[in-house]
Design a protein around this ligand. Structure first.
Ligand code: GLN
Length: 554
């Protein structure tokens, strides 16, 4: 194991969906605020090799790292809480682990041995966790094991954690994030499911040092003492984590409950002072969390997509980075964003009158795939353009902004994207030659244009005014691009490509002149992926500024 590196494993008890990801991110945050370089690692027990092939309305957003790896939405929370980019070594799935072991076996890498889950899969997991620990000068890894104790799927990961503890008990700390129900008929909080979850973990040879008790209410002393007594845990190591309004308050609450002090003392480590990472404790973070509460003036932003049969809960998961990016920029400007999820189908069918859009201060079309609801989105974009409502298009939202412009302003009536028209009409958005082969071979996984690419930002544009620099790097996830054959015609009719790849082949940002429209901007990349609480994304901030102005002038 890497010398002097510390490992914290976060394991779920009782049930999933209680905020283990936010708890892990917050543990990372409070330790970072003590001056330590923190690694946050997510382990997903499913057999998908990455999260790119999963349906976001079922599994939540696919978060793309700089490297292009498509990961779970928790990685987004990790980056936002730590305020830094994470390397791809910090994301593991069972699929990845099994794939590399099986490939090694095929290459005779095990030299004729029988290859088995124990030790080979387990050791591959340990190797990967150690690789993640050694990659970026980090001192402490917080490793979240997906799923709940008792799942068959995550047993190998817990076993790997146990072995790491057995090798070096002073360098490993176990935390269980568990759920404590308050049944309405009983009227009091019950600890039994958590006790049972801890016993189940014990049966794998792991004793948690700390329990984070998630519940609708605060854990009182009686419950803490009970868990402590029944499960061999110190009562002050049982942390109460009741439901709260904002996830960004969780690190602040953990700090109050001494989570960082407890962990550091277990490792025999001290708070580092006068250290850049420590960011004067959580001072800046607190200021940000307060700005969220202080923002009173409301801004109504419409998000137009094709979803909606999925229910609000899932929606907020599928677009979490977009939602958070809007919030960061809005809070920085002192406004409270109200997000309205509008179905593009309703505009397409005419069920909802397009003039309904007048109610909103800004319109955003996020990324998406496929045919469904497309003409509705184009109708919305046209309305936003003609009525000078601030519009921000992300990826598909940019491609459709260009299709709309081509059809109605550049005289290319048959303009479309190949994704929906199969080549009928004018393909202003088209597929790159290398992608054609991939699709033919059904080579879908991890083959889009993914991850960080540089873009040159042209002078005198909204993009340049926002970024205030010439070169930027942004993360991508798409198969289709602006067709070079139409660029000249689009430009002649007034569309500005304000961001382009360094070789000028790929169009990365499209916008209308500020003289024509206060904010009509689309990005081929996903700026939401790099928006952070303490450094909001400049394009989102410019969109919010334009929306505030638009609201004030209404
Ligand atoms: N469907 C479009 C493409 O593949 C846009 C993708 C997206 O919005 N992420 O290019």
């Amino acid at each position: 194991m890497k010398k002097n590196h510390k490992y914290i494993f976060v394991i779920g008890g009782v049930m999933s969906g209680v905020g283990k990801g936010i708890a892990s991110a917050s543990i990372g945050k409070v330790l970072q605020s003590r001056g330590y370089k923190i690694n946050l690692v997510k382990v997903d027990p499913y057999l998908n090799v990455d999260a790119g092939t999963m349906n976001p309305t079922e599994h939540g957003e696919t978060f793309v790292l700089n490297s292009g790896l498509e990961t779970d939405q928790d990685m987004g929370n990790y980056e936002r809480f730590l305020g830094r980019d994470l390397p791809e070594e910090n994301y593991l799935t069972s699929g990845m682990v099994y794939k590399s072991v099986i490939e090694r076996e095929r290459n005779l890498g095990y030299k004729g041995k029988c290859v088995e889950a124990i030790p080979h899969i387990r050791n591959e997991i340990i190797d990967r966790l150690e690789a993640a620990a050694s990659i970026n000068g980090s001192e402490i890894s917080v490793i979240e094991i997906g799923g709940t104790v008792g799942d068959y799927q995550n047993i190998m990961f817990i076993e790997a954690a146990r072995v790491m503890y057995a090798k070096d008990p002073d360098s490993v700390f176990f935390i269980m994030v568990s759920y404590l129900p308050v049944p309405s008929k009983v009227g009091e909080m019950k600890t039994k499911p958590t006790q049972n979850a801890i016993r189940q973990l014990n049966s794998y040879g792991v004793q948690p040092h700390m329990v984070i008790g998630r519940s609708s209410e605060v854990l009182d002393k009686r419950r803490k003492d009970k868990i402590a007594m029944q499960c061999n845990i110190r009562p002050d190591y049982v942390i109460s984590a009741p439901d709260i309004e904002s996830i960004y308050d969780v690190p602040i609450n953990f700090e109050k409950d001494n989570v960082a002090s407890i962990i550091l003392s277990h490792f025999n480590l001290k708070t580092k002072r006068n250290n850049k990472l420590a960011e004067d404790g959580l001072k800046k973070w607190r200021r940000f969390a307060n700005s969220a509460k202080k923002a009173k003036k409301e801004l109504n932003i419409a998000i137009v997509g094709k979803y909606f049969d999925t229910g609000d809960f899932v929606l907020s998961d599928a677009y979490i980075s977009v939602i958070e990016a809007i919030k960061f920029s809005a809070y920085a400007k002192g406004v409270k964003p109200n997000l309205h999820w509008l179905s593009s189908h309703d505009f397409e069918s005419g069920k909802v009158n397009i003039k309904e859009l007048d109610k909103y201060d800004g319109i955003l079309v996020p990324g998406g795939f496929g045919k469904s609801g497309i003409e509705g989105k184009i109708k919305v974009i046209k309305y936003a353009r003609e009525n000078k409502i601030p519009y921000f298009g992300l990826c598909y939202g940019m491609q459709l902004m260009i299709v709309e412009y081509a059809r109605h302003k550049a005289g290319i009536a048959g303009a479309n994207t190949r994704e929906i028209s199969n080549g009928k009409g004018d393909m202003v958005i088209d597929i790159m030659p290398e992608q054609v082969e991939r699709l033919k071979n059904k080579d879908y996984g991890g083959t889009m244009r993914l991850g960080k690419y540089p873009a040159y930002i042209k002078k005198g544009t909204i993009a340049r005014k926002s970024y205030k620099k010439e070169m930027v790097n942004e993360r991508h996830r798409h198969r289709y691009e602006v067709n070079p054959e139409y660029i000249e015609r689009l430009e002649e009719s007034g569309l500005i490509f304000s961001g382009v790849s360094p070789d000028e082949r790929l169009m990365e940002i499209a916008e209308l002149s500020i003289k024509e429209h206060p904010f009509m901007v689309g990005t081929q990349f996903h700026p939401e992926l790099t928006a952070r609480p303490l450094s909001p994304h400049p394009l989102f901030t410019e969109f919010i500024k334009a929306s505030v102005l638009y609201k004030n002038c209404k």
